[in-house]
Design a protein around this ligand. Structure first.
Ligand code: C2O
Ligand code: CU
Length: 486
């Protein structure tokens, strides 16, 4: 059951939480070693075509309205791409968005790929203008649950639906009884007019973000998942919302966490897991018996909001203890903590960049610029991403030596939570001064108000790597920078 402690904790009301509620539940029971990582085979080449275009449609969560969605495929609003570890993905991206100047790209969130495939306009590739295209080709080095999205004007491009799921298989020793994706996100819709409403607001951007008013799981108000009765089923949860932090729990069935941001952890019981924007969590759920049902819920809502109905179907497997099989270990290089250099990053409200005065001729630039808003509400180490355009690339926040280990002390010096994301690498999350966290890897680390999280990684991937808050409006109003690995 929910406790006051947990709710206070999640509300960030300044309560110090010592092993209670959510914090307690995030501890690993007993860290048994994981089976060894898979050996990638020769692999196939997997072709993929992603065409960004407006495709009006009515998702079940749209209340009967057809909305001018922007999506990547003619056949589904949510492409789910499954490859095997060792496979090479060759994705042709075409921009057919119906607005002049609406450039785009694909960022493969969480994939440790070569920097020229990372999909950040201006920083790692030229923006893809309407009518243009770009070919991505890479071999994902890690198994797990990932997703992809565009990286400019993201409140609108993501807000209208431009995204997809990338699953890299090969992390199981024996398959689970089911393997399902649960894509969680909100939409901003005027339900009288049947139109999208403004994707960003000044008020939201300067606070916790602009929340959607229509929530969804797999495009429905509540996803309906038929699972083999009594089976141990893998659910891959992705929070693709630009703003909302959820607290994931399962009511009515046993559940364990088996991977965080795609990378295996020794299974531990799920009792409330904070899933912030861009985070993924893989669960194993013991499906209800035939005809029975359980619910995946967001406990941060009051009362808890059902996200998915899990229905047992077929003949029930015999009763047995819930002891979910672990996934194979990840392949993230182990940081050398003894030799690591420490970097301090403070995430704060208020921008450090000088505002660009009006009437200096840059108004046309502003109109043509879709990457960054002109407001600086947020900053990292006192510096906000220079206003108005990705094309004005600031100097790197830090220059890292290739192959060296770094320990990052990331301090949230604001009253609002920030999920901090790094491109091209995965952090080993070591410690928090506010929560008891399991040792795990993550590409997106949630910083609660006033929390400091320590994480380490080996800077083994050369290039310029974005490092930003994944509350998209925070990212686009200053809380964005990049690390250069030389
Ligand atoms: Cu999921 Cu820089 O982003
Ligand atoms: Cu933020």
């Amino acid at each position: 059951m929910r406790t006051v402690t947990r709710r206070r904790f999640l509300a960030g009301a300044g309560a110090v939480v010592l092993g209670a509620g959510l914090a307690g539940s995030r501890r690993v029971a007993a860290a048994s070693p994981l089976p060894p990582p898979p050996e990638p085979g020769m692999g196939r080449t997997v072709p993929l075509r992603l065409v960004a275009a407006e495709r009006p449609q009515a998702l079940p969560c749209f209340g009967g309205h057809v909305l001018p969605m922007w999506t990547l495929s003619d056949t589904t609003w949510l492409p789910v791409v499954r490859v095997q570890i060792g496979d090479r993905l060759e994705a042709l991206f075409e921009n057919r968005l119906p607005r002049e100047g609406e450039h785009s790209s694909i960022h493969w969130h969480g994939i440790r790929l070569p920097v020229d495939q990372d999909g950040v306009p201006y920083l790692t590739q030229p923006p893809v203008e309407p009518g243009g295209s770009f070919r991505y080709a890479f071999t994902p080095p890690d198994t797990g649950t990932f997703f992809f999205h565009t990286h400019c004007n993201t409140p609108e491009q993501l807000g209208r639906g431009l995204m997809g799921v990338l699953i890299v298989e090969g992390d199981t020793t024996e398959p689970y009884d089911a393997d399902e994706v649960v894509m969680l996100r909100d939409w901003r819709i005027d339900l009288d007019k049947g139109a999208f409403t403004s994707f960003t607001t000044t008020r939201g951007a300067s606070r916790a973000g602009t929340f959607g008013n229509v929530r969804s799981a797999n495009g429905a108000p509540e996803a309906d998942l038929r699972l083999p009765a009594g089976g141990d089923c893998r659910l891959r949860l992705i929070n693709a919302d630009p703003t909302r932090i959820m607290e994931i729990a399962v009511d009515g069935a046993e559940a364990a966490v088996i991977a965080i941001d795609g990378i295996a952890v020794p299974p531990f019981p799920l009792d409330g897991w904070a899933l912030a924007p861009a985070m993924r969590v893989d669960l194993v759920v013991r499906a209800p018996g035939a005809g029975g049902s359980a619910h995946l819920v967001d406990r941060r809502a009051e009362p808890p909001l059902p996200l998915a109905r899990l229905v047992g179907s077929g003949s029930s497997r015999p009763p047995r203890a819930f002891d979910p099989r672990p996934l194979r270990a990840g392949r993230i290089p182990e940081p050398d903590l003894a030799a690591a250099a420490t970097l301090d990053f403070a995430f704060t409200a208020g921008g450090g960049a000088a505002p660009i005065p009006p009437g200096d001729g840059s108004d046309s630039l502003f109109l043509g610029s879709i990457c960054v808003s002109s407001d600086d509400f947020w900053s990292i180490n006192g510096a906000a991403w220079p206003g108005k355009d990705h094309s004005r690339i600031p100097p790197p926040l830090a220059v890292l030596e290739r192959g060296r280990s770094y320990r990052l002390r990331m301090k949230n010096a604001s009253r609002i939570a920030h999920p901090i994301h790094i491109h091209g690498h995965s952090f080993k999350v070591l410690a928090s001064d506010r929560q008891s966290l399991p040792l795990h890897h993550a590409d997106t680390v949630l910083l609660l108000p006033d929390e400091t999280v320590e994480a380490a990684f080996v800077a083994d991937n050369p290039g310029d790597w974005m490092f930003h808050c994944h509350v998209i409006e925070h990212q686009e109003t200053g809380m964005m920078a990049y690390l250069r690995v030389l």
